[in-house]
Design a protein around this ligand. Sequence first.
Ligand SMILES: [Zn+2]
Length: 222
Amino acid sequence: MGKAYTLDKKAKCGQCKNPIKEGDIFTIIYADDGSGKIEHLLCDNCEVDDMIQEYRNTGIVSSKLSMEAAMAEVHLVEFKGDSLHRLRADARHFLLKYKKDLLELVEGNKKIGDAIQKFEEKHWLPYIKKYWNDATMRGHEAKIGDMKAMMWGSAGRVLITLEKGKYDLTMIFSDYEGQTTPNGGQQGIHAPVSIALDMIETATKAEKIKFEVEEKVKLAGL
Ligand SMILES: [Zn+2]
């Protein structure tokens, strides 16, 4: 963002060539050589956050992006935009500029949350929790078809990471024995939503998931 920079009347975006006027948000791109010479300006449309760009290019949702979407849900959906003034200007700008992407991600988060609930009902609550609470070791591993499941936990929280090739999805559950209804959720993700859903559904469909002690599993998903 330009500080003591005076905008030329004919200033244009170096990428899309649209005019940049006073009051517009823009970025100054400096020359690589460290001379401080201005290479060109970039308008707000052309300056796309790296995380969003990666998502648009590959469909891959990162944990950070998923958290930004959870944030967007609070401000854009729950409070219908009424709470935006409480945010820092840059955070507000991020939510509004990428509203469409973020709301799409909110939907993804919801579908993943629902799928995790089914996993919890079929596998975590009925028998994996007991296996975990009876175990003395913290690291466990299981094979589910071509996926690997890793389990690790501490302080009443248990993480199960599903890993398939370069993609992973981490779920979090409570080991409290008195809790009999699902209250787990998503803890981490590096996968397109459709693949993450497929991974959770495949795990849910498995008849039984047989975890075994695997000391190499230290901190699943983190
Ligand atoms: Zn532009």
